[in-house]
Design a protein around this ligand. Structure first.
Ligand code: ATP
Length: 493
């Protein structure tokens, strides 16, 4: 029998980079397949080819044995495949109903019949058991709701093949469980899925088989049961990799960051924290815990209703990011696309932005010094790029995240505040980034690590767990996953 989806011998080049080198994948109907590989291995490029967004230079794509439709026939592609990305593809300023029926509104003669539109949207959402108000503004949906709307939309076009590209990167534990329950039910209905993730435990939990790409090539495809964790990592990296062990240290006496009596309506109440030189403090909690809001307040992205933030003994002007950066904060934001980098600027320009004034005289940055500094950062964080002059928008997701990291580290920060620092980053690169935080702390910085990943929190000397906007526990090093999760879910104080 023909596989439901097949890409064979696909070659795709971008200038001097070969993103796919005679790579391929074949997925049977109703199968849930994982696609894994290091940052820049070619996964997203394959997704773009399987969804008709990119034309391969060579090779073929087939659905149920039939050649893929012409690139321009968007409707034909929508009937075959849809991709749920980590980042929204729906239009935030439109309602859910409008998004669902974009370019296919029920109506005549170009007139939109709003009541009919809303009715059809409600029906569609009910059919696919999505509990979201059709009239809600898409921009107000949570990441989880938005993904469910996107899946329902795909199914309503008749697509029986759904690609999920790092869908859990911005979901908390319970939301991930709900997504997996939905995936299991889709599988029972015979829907074929391709699941891309850097979380290998998820691959074993939800996928039947796994394909590994490395350096633009297909390396292996196997049932998950036939490829134990170590072998999977070895296939991805081309070498045996040992798990990261965090370093022990004794924090110094100087408080480098403190927040006192901080409250922000609807986000967190009466929170305080102190971070010492040489100390890593974690912030953990579910999506509604307030941890991200608090961290964003520390860097000046929000103005708290009350309370103060102090860096190195100096009070920061509330709600002023440039002032926070000048005071010595290095920052890795939650959303690298919105706050992390300027896609059209080069790797070198993005990474050296905070030290631009130091790289030249009279406000003029010397291109050669910037390039040299850029190359140094590329080397130290193992960023896969053609060089310091390549625009960051051309890099793979994980490599763009490393550029954001480089920018946070470039000016030897007094305090690092990193939010989900390893999101979208491969298993080996994760170690490099966590190591970079520990290096900065060994040089005397303090660090705040906000993360949904227990592995990121393992480098912390203590973890402040937040629940419904309050810090409920200060957990010292040595916790077990079970203990920390219980506190995060409000089961233990
Ligand atoms: N538009 C583009 N222009 C230039 N190079 C590109 C472009 N898109 C991708 N590339 C390059 O192709 C290679 C493969 O990138 P791709 O995004 O497919 O990797 P990936 O496996 O999805 O990585 P990640 O896990 O980081 O998302 C990378 O070296 C990337 O820099």
């Amino acid at each position: 029998m023909n596989p439901h989806v097949a890409a064979r011998n696909v070659v795709k080049r971008f200038g001097p980079t070969t993103a796919l080198d005679r790579a391929g994948i074949e997925i049977a109907e109703g199968e849930t397949r994982a696609l894994v590989g290091r940052n820049g291995a070619g996964k997203s490029t394959l997704v773009s080819i399987l969804t008709g967004l990119l034309r391969p230079d060579q090779g073929e794509v087939l659905f149920s044995g039939e050649p893929a439709p012409p690139i321009a026939d968007r409707d034909a592609w929508r009937q075959r495949v849809a991709c749920v990305y980590q980042h929204s593809t729906i239009i935030p300023a439109l309602s859910v109903a409008e998004n669902l029926f974009l370019n296919r509104q029920p109506g005549r003669g170009g007139l939109i019949r709003w009541r009919a539109l809303r009715g059809s949207a409600r029906e569609l959402l009910d059919t696919y058991e999505v509990d979201v108000d059709a009239q809600a503004l898409a921009g107000d949906l949570t990441v989880e709701q938005r993904q469910l709307v996107e899946i329902a939309c795909a199914l309503s076009f008749g697509a029986r093949f759904i690609i999920l590209d790092e869908p859990t990167a911005r979901l908390d534990g319970p939301a991930i469980e709900r997504l997996f329950a939905r995936m299991r039910s889709l599988r029972e209905q015979g829907v074929t899925m391709l699941y891309i993730s850097h979380h290998l435990d998820e691959v074993y939990e939800i996928c039947q088989s796994v394909t590994v790409f490395r350096d633009a090539r297909h390396i292996v495809t196997s049932p998950v049961a036939g490829l134990p964790h170590d072998e999977l990592v070895a296939a991805m990296t081309g070498e045996a990799t040992v798990a990261y062990t965090s370093r022990s240290r004794t924090p110094g006496g100087t408080v480098v960051l403190s927040g006192e009596g901080l409250s922000l309506a609807g986000r967190y109440q009466d929170v305080g924290l102190t971070v010492r030189s040489g100390e890593v403090v974690g912030l953990a909690g579910s999506a509604s815990s307030g941890k991200v809001g608090l961290a964003e307040t520390l860097v000046g992205l929000h103005k708290a209703d009350s309370g103060t933030v102090t860096v190195n003994g100096r009070r920061l002007r509330p709600g002023d990011v440039p002032a926070a950066l000048r005071a010595g904060l290095g920052w890795v934001p939650q959303d690298r696309h919105r706050e992390g980098f300027v896609p059209r600027l080069s790797v070198g320009e993005n990474a050296t932005f905070p030290i631009a004034r130091k790289l030249g005289r009279y406000g003029l940055v010397s291109p050669s010094r910037r390039r040299a500094k850029g190359e140094e950062l590329i080397e130290s964080l193992d960023i896969k790029t053609e060089g310091a002059d390549q625009p960051v928008g051309d890099l793979s997701g994980g490599n763009a995240q490393k550029v954001v990291f480089a920018r946070a580290l470039v000016d030897d920060p007094v305090v690092l505040v990193v939010i989900n620092p390893t999101a979208g980053v491969d298993v080996k690169a994760k170690q490099a980034l966590l190591g970079a935080v520990e290096d900065a702390v060994e040089r005397g910085a303090g660090a705040v690590v906000v993360s949904d990943e227990l592995d990121d929190l393992r480098i912390c000397d203590r973890v402040l767990v937040m629940f419904h906007g309050r810090v409920v526990k200060d957990v010292p090093r040595g916790w077990t996953d079970h203990e920390l999760v219980a506190v995060m879910e409000g089961m233990e104080e």
